[in-house]
Design a protein around this ligand. Structure first.
Ligand code: SAM
Length: 310
């Protein structure tokens, strides 16, 4: 598998990102992708994914883009901007469980230094993104399981380009890939964020074990985004993205990565997996409260015993 740096990939795509354009991406990242770590540090996430998505969309000129995981909108905005600058018609459909009007803790630098505020995506976009850009982005609220389940029912189109950056566990990434394949036009290109050896992340396993063996060697590329992730487990992993170029997938049509029987079985298991995960998340606060009550009771019993023994 070819591994390229993001700068090499940009020049291969024939896109020169000028200094002023670089500054535009960095500015957009400070508004929509700034991160605040526990130690109080701010950093602009992996902002090079913006120029990469921009260049890929300008190169492939997709009519319909699907993004799993809107986040705060950096990826969607970069892809929509590419279609504006390239002067072609394009709609970016982007899915997230978090509704655009829901306030969230948002690290942002509007020019007066980085800070964390409580803002919603709708507020930030209205203030910082031009309507000619946001008009090209269509937000779908819900988990990817329910949104993709209703994709055809609500008359959404076949896609030409897909950015998978929602849930990063193996099961969810695979679900998102399979359901995107089901609505993809032949030649659709897929970009996966977080192709890394990171605990709990399943992108690398999916790409290496289930995509690479089924496509010609040149169809998959790994792109080094020139930044590192410091994970909650203390790991320091280089940030990479994987690219599946639909134009090279001639031997196996994209919609035949998995047999329909396999897909039916997988979807059934994924529904159970997603349901148990959301049930676990719902009961988590109660379990934590019960655990702390249990600890409190245990400690006061010990204290009492200590006093009695003395
Ligand atoms: C890393 S962020 C996306 C960043 C964005 N793609 C960008 O380039 O700026 C991941 C997002 O995926 C959303 N997400 C996670 N699991 C999801 C799921 N199963 N369905 C829909 N959205 C999900 C999270 O709420 C989060 O906002």
């Amino acid at each position: 598998m070819v591994v390229l740096s993001v700068k090499e990939k940009l020049s291969q795509l024939g896109v020169t990102v000028r200094e002023d354009a670089i500054e535009n991406f960095r500015h957009l990242a400070r508004i929509t992708a700034l991160k605040h770590s526990v130690g109080g540090r701010f950093h602009s996430g992996h902002w090079w994914r913006g120029p990469l998505l921009y260049a890929l969309v300008r190169y492939y000129k997709p009519r319909y883009v699907l993004e799993f995981g809107t986040g705060r909108g950096y990826g969607a905005a970069c892809m929509a901007q590419a279609s504006l600058d390239g002067d072609f018609t394009c709609t970016v459909y982007t899915i997230d469980v978090v509704p655009p009007t829901q306030p969230q803790l948002w690290a942002i630098n509007e020019g007066n230094g980085p800070e964390v505020r409580t803002l919603s995506l709708a507020q930030v976009w209205a203030k910082h993104l031009p309507s000619e850009l946001t008009n090209r982005i269509y937000i779908l609220t819900g988990d990817s399981l329910s949104v993709m389940n209703s994709w055809r029912k609500i008359g959404l189109p076949q896609i030409d380009f897909c950015f998978i950056d929602g849930g990063h566990d193996y099961w969810t990434v695979k679900h998102d890939f399979i359901t995107a394949l089901m609505v993809a036009n032949p030649g659709c290109t897929f970009v996966f964020d977080d192709y890394t050896e990171r605990r709990g992340y399943g992108v690398k396993r999916l790409v290496d074990q289930e995509i690479v063996p089924k496509v010609p060697l040149e169809a998959v590329e790994v792109i080094d985004i020139l930044s590192h992730d410091k994970t909650m487990y203390g790991e320091d992993v280089p940030h990479k993205m994987a690219l599946l170029q639909g134009e090279y997938v001639t031997t196996v049509p994209l919609n035949q990565f998995y047999s329909s029987k396999y897909v039916r079985r997988f979807m059934l298991r994924y529904v159970i997996y997603a349901w148990s995960r959301s049930a676990a998340l719902k009961v988590k606060p109660f379990v934590e409260r019960a655990q702390s009550a249990w600890r409190f009771l245990g400690e006061s019993t010990l204290r009492k015993r200590g006093t009695n023994d003395a």
